[in-house]
Design a protein. Structure first.
Length: 170
């Protein structure tokens, strides 16, 4: 039985459903942001894989973490990815989109998030931390919109075209 995204908060039938596998990472400035979002996602039916950093004082290369996330989604080890960043969010979005089968979106606004899920079946989201480290309500809302919006099957033709383009060596 395949889990539909709209069921991701439904925990009443856990024995028949698998948890969504979600990878998450942040830069140092967004560490508390990531921790609070992680707690939020732990209240949902998810298997959360924290790619780092594990401490506020730990410096990790966000491009290496993005590479790990992209590889994990590409190979099917993870279903979704979340990057919480204060800086370099555009570069990380581009990097993630270089991986086959990864469709990353920058969470510019709610409409962009919904359209990226409905039309392109986006499986990674990059959220900008605008200097807020305590109140994560907007980020939780953005992630909730992302994970609860279903792909519209009529757009499969577009995805097939993109998949074919990924196989072309230019």
């Amino acid at each position: 039985m395949t889990m539909q995204l709209r069921d991701w908060v439904n925990t009443t039938d856990r024995q028949n459903k698998k948890a969504l596998k979600i990878g998450i990472f942040s830069d140092k400035d967004s560490f508390f942001f990531k921790e609070k979002v992680g707690i939020y996602l732990d209240t949902k039916w998810t298997s959360l894989y924290d790619l780092g950093p594990s401490r506020i004082d730990q410096h990790k290369d966000i491009f290496k973490m993005a590479f790990k996330l992209g590889e994990a989604i590409k190979t099917g080890k993870l279903e979704f990815g979340i990057a919480l960043l204060k800086n370099n969010y555009a570069a990380v979005t581009v990097l993630l989109n270089k991986f086959k089968n990864v469709r990353a979106v920058f969470a510019a606004d709610d409409e962009t998030i919904v359209n990226s899920r409905k039309e392109f079946n986006a499986n990674a989201i990059v959220v900008k931390n605008s200097g807020v480290t305590i109140d994560t309500k907007n980020c939780e809302r953005e992630i909730n919109i992302f994970l609860s919006t279903d792909f519209t099957e009529q757009n499969q033709t577009v995805l097939n075209f993109i998949a074919n383009a990924e196989n072309i060596n230019v």
